[in-house]
Design a binder for this molecule. Structure first.
Ligand code: UD1
Ligand code: CA
Length: 410
C-alpha cells in the first residue's frame, strides 16, 4: 500500500472571486489552478489524491473524471478547512502513512517544496510538519506562533490576531504533512469557536502539540509561491508570475523571447531551440513549434497547432488546429484554420482559409512547394496538390491536382 496520500481542499464557495465557476477551475496560463496542484503532488511521488469538492462540484468532477489517481470527496456544506478534511475521514480509515494537506487555490506550488516537506517529516519522525514562508506583507494569512526557543505553538488566523500577532511575518501557506493517525485524532478536537465560526484545520496543530506530539515547522516555501487566489486581482498576479516561469523555462531551453512582458505563452506550449518570438505574440493551448521558427510580431497561435522547423509567421497571422510543415512562410495578415500546409508553401499577404460554412468546420490541404498569391480565399473543403499556383486575389473552391502552370483563374 502507498505510504503517502494528499488531500486537496477545493470546496470553497469563493465569494471573493464573484464567479459562477468553481474557483479551482479558473485558469492560470491555460490550465485550471487545480491542475498545477495535482501535478505538484504527482511529481512529489503521491500516488493517491483526495480532492474535496463542494461548490460547483459537478464541473470539477467532470473535468477530472479521467484522472485515475484522484478520488473526489464531497463536502456538502462549507464549514471551514478543518471540516473539509473531516469529510475525508472515511477515505483514510485503513491508510497508515503521511497525509499531505494542500489548498487547490495556490497554483504556484512546486513539487520540490513538497519533497522537502515529506523528507523533513520523515527525518524528524514528526507527527505533523508544516512548511511556512516569511512575507513582507503577511496580511490575510494565518500567522505562525513560536515560543522563545523557536518551537511552533500554533497558527492564528488574521481575523483572530491581536495587534502584536498581526506583526508576525511568518505565515501559513497551507502546506501540511500529517501522520494519518495524528490527523484523525486532531480532527476530533476541532471546534468552530473563532471569528468566522468555522472548523479551522489550523487548530489541528495546537491540538496535536497539546497532546504531546512532535510538531515541526520549516520555513521552506518561497514567498512568491505562497499566494493563494482569493480574488481576481490575485488571479492576475499569480498568472503573471506563472507566465514569467513559463518564459524562463523556454528561454533556458534556447528560445529567444524578444520582449517577455509583451508576450503570452500557454503552459502547454512546446517551442524548439533557436526559435524567436517577436513582441505581442499570443500562443494559446496545445501548440508545438519546431526549431528556427520566427513568430510575430503580433502572431496568434491557437490550440492544436503544429509548426515544424523553419516556419515564419509574421504580423497579424492567426493559425488554428493546423500543421504548417517545414519552411512554410505566412508573413502578413493570414488566417489558417483546420489546414495542413505542405513544405515550403508561401502564403501571400491577406490570404485565408474559409474553414467554416456556417454549419461545419471544414479542412484545407495544400501540397508542398505551392504558391498562394496575396489576398486569396481558399474555401474549404479544399485540396490543392503539390506545386499549386494560386493567383493573387483568387477565390478557390475546386480541388486542384497541383503542378505549376495549371494556374487557377478567378
Ligand atoms: C487558509 C488558512 C490560512 C492560510 C491560507 C493560505 C485556515 C483556517 N486558514 O485561509 O491559515 O494562511 O489558507 O492560503 O485553514 N475550503 C474547502 N472547504 C471549506 C473551506 C475552504 O474546501 O469549507 C478550501 C477552499 O476552496 C480553498 C482552501 O480550502 O481552496 C482554503 O480556503 P480559504 O477560504 O481560501 O482559506 P484562507 O482564508 O485563504
Ligand atoms: Ca485562500
Amino acid at each position: 500500500m502507498e505510504d503517502r496520500i494528499a488531500i486537496i481542499m477545493a470546496a470553497g464557495v469563493s465569494s471573493r472571486m464573484n464567479t459562477q465557476l468553481p474557483k479551482v477551475l479558473h485558469e492560470v496560463c491555460g490550465r485550471p489552478m487545480l491542475a498545477y496542484v495535482l501535478d505538484a503532488c504527482r511529481a512529489a511521488g503521491v500516488g493517491r489524491i483526495l480532492v474535496v469538492v463542494g461548490y460547483g462540484r459537478e464541473q470539477v468532477i467532470e473535468r477530472y473524471a479521467d484522472a485515475k489517481d484522484v478520488t473526489f470527496v464531497e463536502q456538502k456544506e462549507q464549514r471551514g478547512t478543518g471540516h473539509a478534511v473531516m469529510c475525508c475521514v472515511g477515505n483514510l480509515a485503513d491508510f497508515r502513512g503521511s497525509v499531505l494537506v494542500l489548498c487547490g487555490d495556490a497554483p504556484l506550488i512546486r513539487s520540490e517544496t513538497l519533497v522537502t516537506l515529506l523528507d523533513k517529516h520523515r527525518a524528524e519522525r514528526a507527527a505533523v510538519t508544516l512548511a511556512t514562508t516569511v512575507l513582507e506583507n503577511p496580511f490575510g494569512y494565518g500567522r505562525i506562533l513560536r515560543d522563545n526557543y523557536g518551537n511552533i505553538q500554533g497558527i492564528v488566523e488574521e481575523n483572530d490576531c491581536t495587534a502584536d500577532q498581526k506583526r508576525i511575518r511568518e505565515v501559513n501557506p497551507s502546506y501540511y504533512c500529517f501522520d494519518s493517525r495524528v490527523l484523525l485524532e486532531a480532527l476530533d478536537g476541532i471546534t468552530p469557536d473563532n471569528a468566522k465560526n468555522e472548523y479551522y484545520l489550523t487548530d489541528a496543530l495546537r491540538l496535536s502539540i497539546a497532546r504531546g506530539h512532535k510538531v515541526v515547522a520549516i520555513t521552506a516555501v518561497p514567498p512568491e509561491d505562497c499566494m493563494g487566489v482569493n480574488n481576481r486581482r490575485q488571479l492576475s498576479q499569480v498568472s503573471k508570475i506563472m507566465q514569467e516561469r513559463i518564459q524562463a523555462r523556454l528561454m533556458d531551453n534556447g528560445v529567444t523571447i524578444v520582449d517577455p512582458p509583451n508576450t503570452w505563452i500557454d503552459v502547454r506550449a512546446e517551442i524548439g531551440q533557436d526559435t524567436v518570438i517577436e513582441p505581442f505574440s499570443y500562443i494559446h493551448g496545445h501548440v508545438r513549434v519546431g526549431r528556427n521558427c520566427r513568430i510575430g510580431p503580433f502572431a496568434y497561435l491557437r490550440d492544436n497547432t503544429v509548426l515544424e522547423d523553419d516556419v515564419v509567421l509574421g504580423v497579424f497571422t492567426e493559425v488554428k488546429e493546423s500543421v504548417l510543415e517545414e519552411g512554410v512562410r505566412a508573413r502578413h495578415h493570414s488566417y489558417l484554420g483546420d489546414a495542413r500546409i505542405g513544405r515550403n508553401v508561401n502564403v501571400g499577404a491577406g490570404s485565408i482559409t474559409a474553414n467554416y460554412d456556417g454549419r461545419d468546420i471544414l479542412r484545407t490541404e495544400i501540397g508542398p512547394d505551392s504558391f498562394i498569391g496575396s489576398g486569396a480565399v481558399l474555401i474549404a473543403p479544399l485540396s490543392l496538390g503539390p506545386r499549386s499556383h494560386v493567383r493573387p486575389g483568387s477565390v478557390i473552391s475546386q480541388d486542384q491536382a497541383g503542378e505549376l502552370g495549371e494556374e487557377n483563374s478567378k
